[in-house]
Write a protein of this length. Structure first.
Length: 100
């Protein structure tokens, strides 16, 4: 339940840069940590949201970060094209501010 609360509170933050792809209807995010009451599954196993047009921000923005994507990465249609190489090898250049 802690994960659900965390998703709700962090849904006010923007989606991190680099998110691509689209929802493929896997429904994995709707089962975190318990199955959402609005998740509908038909006889062929296709998932749809019963309140899709009115879904809350924590659903609308999921996955908001690469960390959130990790929990559903097996089936999710979203991805993050982040430059991990750049961030790991980035050099910090100190900036000196001169007082006038």
């Amino acid at each position: 339940m802690l994960e659900k609360l965390q998703r709700t509170f962090t849904s006010l933050l923007p989606v991190e840069e680099g998110r691509g792809g689209e929802c493929n209807g896997c429904g994995d995010c709707c089962k975190l940590p318990i199955r959402c009451t609005f998740l509908n599954t038909d006889s062929q196993g296709n998932n749809t949201c019963g309140i899709y047009r009115f879904r809350p921000p924590n659903c609308r923005k999921f996955p908001r970060s690469p960390a959130q994507l990790e929990t559903v990465k097996e089936n999710c249609g979203f991805n993050f094209n982040t430059s991990e190489t750049f961030s790991k090898n980035a050099k910090i250049i100190p900036i000196q501010i001169k007082n006038k």
